[in-house]
Ligand binder design. Structure first.
Ligand code: FE2
Ligand code: FE2
Length: 251
């Protein structure tokens, strides 16, 4: 049984330094890994990233993160990622990391992802260059996620988790105004997960959304935005499959 702790949208800044650290320091007792689903800062400044790095550095469990749109706000996303990496965090964007947790190989594939909407209400690569660029960017994120999941499979992972900031499904957006769903996620992310296979998908971004959802292909989706889970982190349990890669069930 692998215990996955996850939270997104912690939106830290100098005023909130130390706020989550006491809770994170208990992770060794209740989890095997911490996933951070983006929007770790308020405005994506290096100063804010240092607060995040202090909060999640040197924890008793490995920490894996993707960035969110807020972490891009100051056009310093690379510097933000560097601060986190220097603190020992695996920062993913179109790639993955394979962790050995007590002999179980747990793969995490990550991308920030982007918007575009969901079946029947989605944008497409049509018309103006700006519109094409919008959806092409989402597609690039989704392709990176799918590629990373396949690579983790080929590396013999026992469990695979898809970590994004934007949502792969509309289920976990319930509670948000329907008008903004296209800015909260894209079906392309779910397609990538369903095609490559994943045991769990974790995202944030939708502060007013819902925790539980499922892709069309049956991948369990969890919205771990902190305002949704209403605690420092949620913990999900995954059991490695007996060999067919399908038996894992988050609880
Ligand atoms: Fe957020
Ligand atoms: Fe966000």
């Amino acid at each position: 049984m692998i215990r996955i702790a996850a939270v997104g949208d912690i939106h830290l800044g100098p005023g909130s330094a130390g706020l989550l650290r006491p809770a994170f320091e208990t992770l060794g007792d209740c989890a095997d890994v911490l996933l951070l689903a983006g929007d770790l800062t308020r405005h994506g400044t290096v100063e804010e990233a240092r607060v995040v790095a202090d909060e999640v550095g040197a924890l008793p469990v490995p920490v894996v993160a993707v960035l969110g749109n807020h972490d891009y706000q100051s056009d310093q996303e690379k510097a933000v990622a560097r601060e986190l990496t220097a603190a020992g965090v695996h920062v993913l964007e179109g790639d993955g990391v394979l962790l050995d947790i007590g002999g179980t190989k747990v793969g995490v594939a990550g991308t920030k992802g982007f918007g575009g909407g969901f079946a029947g209400r989605s944008a497409s690569e049509f018309g103006e260059p700006e519109m094409k660029a919008f959806i092409r960017y989402t597609r690039t994120c989704a392709e990176g996620l799918g590629r990373a999941l396949r690579e983790l499979r080929d590396q013999g992972s026992d469990l695979r988790i898809a970590l994004t900031h934007f949502s792969p499904v509309p289920d976990t957006l319930a509670g948000e105004p329907p008008e903004i769903y296209p800015f909260l996620g894209s079906y392309l992310l779910a397609e990538a997960m369903d095609e490559a296979g994943a045991d769990l998908a974790v995202h944030g971004h939708a502060h007013m959304g819902t925790e539980h959802g499922t892709t069309a292909g049956g991948v369990r989706v969890r919205n771990v935005a902190m305002p949704v889970i209403d605690r420092a982190f949620a913990v999900y349990h995954l059991s490695p499959a007996g060999g067919d890669g399908k038996a894992a069930r988050p609880t």
